[in-house]
Design a binder for this molecule. Structure first.
Ligand SMILES: Nc1ncnc2c1ncn2[C@@H]1O[C@H](COP(=O)(O)OP(=O)(O)OP(=O)(O)O)[C@@H](O)[C@H]1O
Ligand SMILES: [Mg+2]
Length: 431
C-alpha cells in the first residue's frame, strides 16, 4: 500500500537542530536554495541561491533537464555564498496533486484502562501507509482521539472503552510526481532529505505562533499555483491548491493588450493593481504591441484598463480559494484571519480584494525569525523556502514520511514524554 520514495532524514532531528539545513523551493517562476546554520534551534541563513525557473509548469516538473539545471545553479550559488558543500536538501511540493484528508484508525482495547502502550499502538497504526499505490503520504498529523466513536478526546490515557481511535490529517502527493522529483534531485548528486507540502512550509515561515494556535489560513499566491493551508491549535488541519497564479495574470495582460509577455510582466509589477482606484482613469500608460519594435505604434491606455484585466483573474482565484475552504468544513475553525504570501501577494490592492472576497482580516506575511536573511529575500515570495527550515526545526513535528515506512510514533525522546507530547500535539475540539 502506498508509494515509496526514498528520503534520508527526519525532521526535528539533531542534525537539523544543531548543524546545517539546506532547502530547495522548485517554484514555477523561481528556484531557490537556502543554506542555514542552526545553533540551539536558531537558524542563521548563510547561503542563498536564486534563479528564474525553466521547465516547471504549475509547480510540477515538466522538463527534467531544465529542472536539473535550475537546481544545480541555485545550489551552486548558495554553496558558494555559504562557503560549504551540502549533501542533501529538503524540498517543497507545490504540484503533484497534493491532497488532504482525515483518516481514522481504531484498535480494539478490550475494555481495559487505556495505557501509554495503547496510545502508542494506535498512533503507529494511524501512521501506517494506507494510501493507494499512486499516492505517497507526506505528512501524518494526529488531530484527535476517539473512544467507542466519541470524538474530541485530547488524552485518552486512564479512560475505559472497547475501541480506541485516532484521527490523522494525512497530506499526500502523487507518487509519480515524487519519484520524478527524487530522480532529478539524485541527478544533481543530492540526497532528498524530506518533502514538505509548500503551503505548510509557507505557514511555518510567515504565521506567528498565535495565528497557528487560534486558527488562520495561509494563502500563497505563486506564479503558477495558489496554495492554501489552514492551521488550528498549532497544527496543519487542511491544505489545498488552485491551479492559477501570477503567471496567469501576466498572460491575461499580454493577450488583452497584445503586448509581449516580458512587457506585460513589467506593467503588472510597475502599474498593476487588484482594485480600481479613482485616479486610474487619468493615469496613462504606454503599451508596446507584440511584434512591433517601433515606439510610434505603441498604444496608450488609461491604467483602469490594466486593472480591469487583473481584477477579474484575482477575484476568480479568491472565489475558488473560498469555495475550497468552505468545502473543507474547516473554514469556520480557521477563524477570521488569513495571511497572504508568494510573489503575487505583492500586487497593490491584493490584500483588500482578498479581505472582501474571503470576508476575513487579511495581512501580507513575511518570513519571521530568520537571522542573516538579506532584505531582498525577506519578502513574501520567500515564505516557502524559509518555511522549509522552520518546519525542519519543529521540536515535535511528525516523523518524515514519503517513503520509508517508519515505526516511530514520535521523534526520539518523545515517547518517553508521551504526556507532554499529547498535550502539544492534539486538537481537543474538532474532527
Ligand atoms: N512586485 C510584484 N507585484 C506583483 N506581482 C509580483 C511582484 N513580484 C513578483 N510577482 C509575481 O509573483 C509571481 C511569482 O511568485 P512566486 O515567486 O511566489 O512563485 P513560485 O514560487 O516560483 O511559483 P509557484 O509557487 O506557483 O510554483 C509571478 O507571477 C510574478 O509576476
Ligand atoms: Mg511557490
Amino acid at each position: 500500500m502506498g508509494g515509496t520514495v526514498r528520503m534520508s532524514m527526519r525532521k526535528g532531528s539533531t542534525k537539523a537542530r544543531n548543524g546545517i539545513v539546506a532547502t530547495l523551493d522548485l517554484g514555477t517562476t523561481k528556484t531557490t536554495c537556502l543554506i542555514a546554520r542552526v545553533d540551539g534551534g536558531v537558524p542563521r541563513v548563510t547561503g542563498i541561491g536564486m534563479i528564474g525557473s525553466k521547465g516547471i509548469k504549475a509547480g510540477t516538473i515538466a522538463d527534467i533537464d531544465a529542472a536539473e539545471k535550475n537546481i544545480l545553479s541555485a545550489v551552486q550559488a548558495a554553496e558558494q555564498m555559504a562557503g560549504e558543500t551540502i549533501q542533501g536538501v529538503i524540498v517543497s511540493m507545490t504540484g503533484g496533486n497534493l491532497s488532504s484528508r482525515v483518516a481514522q484508525h481504531e484498535l480494539s482495547i478490550d475494555s481495559h484502562e487505556i495505557s501509554d502502550a495503547d496510545v502508542r499502538r494506535v498512533l503507529e497504526a494511524g501512521r501506517q501507509n494506507m494510501e493507494p499505490t499512486d499516492r505517497t503520504m507526506l505528512h501524518t498529523i494526529p488531530v484527535g482521539f476517539t473512544i467507542d466513536g466519541s470524538r474530541g478526546i485530547r488524552d485518552p490515557r486512564g479512560m475505559y472503552g472497547q475501541r480506541l481511535g485516532v484521527n490523522m490529517h494525512v497530506v499526500s502527493a502523487s507518487t509519480s510526481a515524487l519519484k520524478t522529483l527524487a530522480m532529478v534531485i539524485a541527478r544533481c548528486h543530492l540526497e532528498l532529505d524530506g518533502v514538505v507540502a509548500a503551503p505548510y512550509a509557507a505557514g511555518m515561515s510567515v504565521l506567528v505562533p498565535d495565528e497557528r494556535e487560534m486558527g488562520c489560513t495561509l494563502i500563497d499566491l505563486g506564479g503558477g499555483v495558489t496554495t492554501m493551508a489552514v492551521f488550528f491549535d498549532g497544527k496543519l488541519v487542511f491544505t489545498d491548491s488552485v491551479p492559477i497564479g501570477g503567471g496567469h495574470v501576466t498572460t491575461d495582460i499580454a493577450r488583452g493588450l497584445s503586448t509581449p509577455l516580458a512587457h506585460a510582466e513589467r506593467m503588472k509589477t510597475l502599474y498593476g493593481a487588484a482594485l480600481v482606484a479613482s485616479a486610474d482613469e487619468r493615469e496613462i500608460i504606454e503599451v508596446p504591441l507584440v511584434g512591433e519594435d517601433d515606439r510610434l505604434t505603441a498604444h496608450h491606455i488609461p491604467k483602469s484598463i490594466l486593472t480591469g484585466i487583473i481584477q477579474p483573474r484575482l477575484e476568480e482565484t479568491f472565489e475558488l480559494v473560498r469555495s475550497r475552504l468552505e468545502a473543507s468544513g474547516l473554514d469556520k475553525i480557521a477563524g477570521r484571519r488569513a495571511v497572504l504570501s508568494g510573489g503575487a501577494s505583492q500586487l497593490s490592492g491584493v490584500r483588500d480584494l482578498a479581505a472582501h472576497i474571503l470576508d476575513k482580516q487579511v495581512r501580507v506575511g513575511k518570513p519571521q525569525g530568520f537571522h542573516g536573511l538579506p532584505v531582498d529575500f525577506a519578502g513574501p515570495a520567500y515564505a516557502t523556502c524559509t518555511g522549509l527550515i522552520a518546519h525542519a526545526l519543529q521540536p515535535t513535528s511528525e516523523p518524515a514520511k514519503g517513503g520509508r515506512k517508519t515505526s516511530a510514533v514520535a521523534p526520539t525522546g518523545m515517547i518517553g514524554r508521551l504526556g507532554l507530547w499529547l498535550k502539544e500535539n492534539f486538537l481537543s475540539s474538532i474532527i
